[in-house]
Design a binder for this molecule. Structure first.
Ligand code: SF4
Length: 458
């Protein structure tokens, strides 16, 4: 039977349809996903507001990121999502909130929102606009943030963009990504013209510059002869987003959080898009070839790939030898869970458990196509399930986010923070993959594990 009920879930049999063992002969072939979490199940999912503000809108570096709600919802400082920017980290070091209190909930928060926009704009006059995000409270009391944004735009003479993303909307943070895409597409894209167009203009879509990934990708694209008009949204200005409709191609990196805007641009502007992984050597080489082919720059791409592979060969040979047969458990939000299995295989590792927090059907289709028969897939896992799988599957490395770090340590399982990385630098493309491998090596071969008395689940 491809579906299994983990032992820890004996009181929540509904979890069975979310836990699936890949079996080529089975017709169903993916776990149930993108549905509401079962009440009482300790999900690790985030809310719609988190997906909209924390993933899509938050990296934009030159706007005031204003959360409209109680102060508790605005926990988004530097260490949660290090979406770095080149010339400023304004978006990371400043947190803005309307700090709604009881009286605002009784009498409405629109006046406070308007005053907050005026005040923030006055205090930070260099900002290029204001992004306003609705939280659960703003949604429940029915504040008309669109109307406030319209009035505030007229008052400050800059775009004030309202995101209607209260946390309770949707089943996970995934809907917040969709809201973020739609609002930026409808309100910002196409509002400015690109002065110096070239035939080689592209957008990098769904790339958030975690610890500088963007700065590893861009030089390769430039070496091939391309120019990136806008990275949506890592290290981007609101003005870059305004001009992105004039690029010739959208290169979609995180398909879960940003394929929406690529689809909308295709419909409205006729801009084609390609999807890329940018993790691992073979996948990155294939991605660069795909992009270059669109522009007839294949020869240039081959030169870049040959040089990059030569530069990292000796280091990767070392890691490949060290990683032979090592078992890996991956639990990521969505796409990294399908970006990584082939990249790990390239290093001689075996991925035996893959989970996602908010993957949709197409994410699981991709995972299934990239893992071996017998691999366990878990949708929206809770902590007891992760514990059980660490005991049963005995991974040599668990790659996930900070929430799971101490769970892994408790079980003596080497851990790597794949959400925001361990090192001060990106993990993507060729040179980033060396850093990724180095961090995996440091974790797997750390002498610390032999001092930990491991626990059993239950
Ligand atoms: S679920 Fe609602 S209250 Fe909680 S962080 Fe999200 S917006 Fe705020």
């Amino acid at each position: 039977m491809p579906f299994i009920l983990p032992e820890c879930d004996k009181h929540v049999p509904e979890r069975k349809k979310h836990v699936y063992i890949k079996d080529d002969t089975d017709e169903c072939h993916i776990p149930a996903c993108n549905v509401a979490t079962i009440p009482g199940d300790m999900t690790e999912r985030g809310c719609t507001y988190a997906g909209c503000r924390g993933v899509v809108g938050g990296p934009v570096k030159d706007v005031i990121q204003l959360q409209h709600g109680p102060i508790g919802c605005c926990y988004y400082p530097w260490d949660v999502r290090p979406n770095l920017a080149k010339d400023t980290n304004f978006q990371l070091v400043n947190v803005f909130s309307t700090d709604l209190r009881e009286s605002n909930i009784v009498f409405g928060g629109e006046k406070k929102l308007y005053e907050s926009i005026i005040e923030a704009n006055k205090a930070f006059p260099k900002n290029q606009g204001v992004f306003v995000y609705a939280t659960c409270v703003a949604g429940l009391i029915g504040d008309d943030i669109e109307a406030v944004a319209k009035r505030a735009t007229a008052a400050i003479g800059k775009p004030v963009v309202a995101f209607n993303c209260p946390g309770f909307h949707g089943v996970s943070q995934s809907l917040g990504h969709h809201v973020g895409n739609e609002v930026l597409f409808n309100k910002v894209v196409g509002t400015e013209e690109l002065a110096d167009k070239t035939p080689y203009d592209i957008n990098l879509v769904g790339e958030y510059n975690i610890r500088g990934d963007d700065w590893l990708i861009l030089p390769l694209l430039e070496a091939i002869g391309l120019r990136v008009v806008c990275t949506f949204t890592g290290d981007s200005s609101i003005h870059d987003i305004a001009k992105m409709h004039q690029a010739k191609l959208n290169v979609v990196r995180c398909a879960r959080s940003a394929k929406y805007i690529a689809e909308m641009m295709k419909d409205k502007y006729g801009t084609p898009y390609v999807e890329v992984d940018f993790y691992g050597m073979q996948q990155t080489a294939d991605d660069l070839r795909t992009i270059a082919k669109f522009f007839g720059l294949e020869q240039k791409a081959e030169e870049v790939i040959t040089k990059e592979l030569a530069d990292i060969k000796s280091e990767m040979d070392f890691y490949r030898q060290k990683f032979q047969g090592k078992k890996v458990m991956i639990y990521e939000g969505g796409p990294r869970s399908w970006h990584w299995p082939k990249a790990m295989e390239e290093l001689g590792m075996e991925v035996n458990v893959v989970a996602t927090t908010f993957g949709h059907e197409d994410d699981y289709e991709k995972i299934v196509s990239r893992v071996k028969n017998g691999t366990l897939l878990i949708d929206n896992p809770n902590a007891p399930e992760l514990e059980e799988m660490m005991v049963k599957y005995k991974p040599d490395l668990f790659i996930s986010g900070n929430k799971e770090k101490y769970l892994a340590y408790k079980y003596g399982v080497p851990f790597l923070n794949g959400h925001t990385y361990e090192s001060k630098g990106g993990y993507m493309v060729f040179k980033g993959f060396v850093r990724f491998a180095k961090d995996m090596y440091k974790s797997i071969y750390s002498p610390a594990w032999k001092f930990i008395k491991t626990r059993e689940a239950g």
